[in-house]
Design a protein. Structure first.
Length: 267
C-alpha cells in the first residue's frame, strides 16, 4: 500500500471518529437536557407546560393564594398545613369528622385538565372534587352532594375499598359509580399521580400514567348511574354544574397534595 493511500485512509478514519464523537456528544447533551426537564423541583412548571398553558395552583409554600375553605372566606385556620412542600390534611383521629373542612379553588373552571400528586397515611381516605357548587348557610350542603369525586384511598387497608360495587370506591374511581380499570394505585405512603380531563361533559380519569375511566355528564347514561348510586336522593347532583370549583377533601385522615396544576381550555 502506498503512502498516499495510507494517509487518505487515516484522514477518513479520523473524520469518522470525530463525527462519531460529536454525534455521541450531541446525544449526551440531549439526554442531559431531557433529564433536567424531568427532574425539575416539585411545584414548578416545565418550559413545555408553560408554553402549553398550564398554571400552578400551589407553589409549595402558600396554599392561600389559590385555595380557601368551603363556604369560608379564607384558608382554614386548623386542619390543614404545608409539610415538605405539600399541602397536608391533618388527620383528626375521628374518621369523617375532619376538623378543618374541605378546601376549594378560588376560581371556577369549566373545560380544563387538572393534574396533581397525592399520598395517604395507612387506612387513609380523601377525594378530589370538580365542577363543585358552593351551598352555604343554615340549609347548605357539603361539597360531595353537588360534585363528582375522584376517590383517594388506601385500597389495602380502608374498608371502603371493599364496599360499593366492583371496586367503584377504590382509588381513581368516580366515587360509588365507576371503578378505575386498571386499578393501579400505589400503597399508602407512596405518591400517586393523577389527571382529570373535563371537556364539554366528557370526563376522563388518569392514574399513574394510565387512563382508568371515562364518562359523559348530563346524558341518559349519566342519569342512570346517578339513580343507581348513593347520590340519587341529592337534588342537583344529576344536573352537575357546567362550571364549578375544584375541591380537596378533609376526610379526617393524613393526606398530602403536591404539584397541583391546571390548564383551561376554550369551549
Amino acid at each position: 500500500m502506498n503512502t498516499s493511500r495510507v494517509l487518505l485512509l487515516a484522514i477518513v478514519g479520523c473524520g469518522l471518529f470525530l463525527t462519531g464523537c460529536q454525534s455521541s456528544e450531541k446525544k449526551d447533551e440531549n439526554h442531559k437536557e431531557e433529564k433536567v426537564e424531568e427532574n425539575i423541583p416539585d411545584n414548578t412548571l416545565t418550559e413545555a407546560e408553560k408554553e402549553d398553558g398550564w398554571k400552578l395552583l400551589f407553589n409549595g409554600e402558600d396554599p392561600e393564594e389559590h385555595w380557601r375553605g368551603y363556604c369560608k372566606d379564607g384558608f382554614p385556620e386548623k386542619g390543614w398545613t404545608v409539610e415538605n412542600s405539600a399541602i397536608k390534611v391533618i388527620g383528626s383521629g375521628a374518621g369523617e369528622a375532619g376538623h378543618g373542612g374541605d378546601i376549594i379553588s378560588k376560581k371556577k373552571y369549566r373545560n380544563f385538565e387538572l393534574k396533581l400528586e397525592w399520598k395517604v397515611e395507612k387506612g387513609g381516605n380523601s377525594g378530589i372534587f370538580y365542577l363543585a357548587e358552593e351551598q352555604c348557610g343554615e340549609e347548605g350542603e357539603p361539597i360531595w352532594k353537588s360534585a363528582p369525586e375522584m376517590q383517594i384511598l388506601d385500597n389495602e387497608n380502608h374498608p371502603d375499598a371493599r364496599l360499593g360495587e366492583n371496586g367503584n370506591r377504590q382509588a381513581g374511581a368516580l366515587y360509588d359509580m365507576i371503578p378505575a380499570e386498571p386499578q393501579n394505585a400505589n400503597t399508602h405512603g407512596e405518591w400517586n399521580e393523577v389527571r382529570i380531563l373535563v371537556y364539554q361533559g366528557t370526563v376522563v380519569h388518569f392514574q399513574n400514567g394510565e387512563k382508568v375511566l371515562e364518562y359523559h355528564l348530563w346524558t341518559d347514561d349519566w342519569k342512570e348511574m346517578v339513580a343507581n348510586s348513593k347520590f340519587d336522593d341529592f337534588e342537583g347532583f344529576t344536573d352537575v354544574a357546567k362550571e364549578g370549583y375544584i375541591g380537596l377533601q378533609d376526610h379526617g385522615n393524613d393526606v398530602w397534595f403536591r404539584n397541583i396544576k391546571v390548564k383551561e381550555m376554550t369551549n
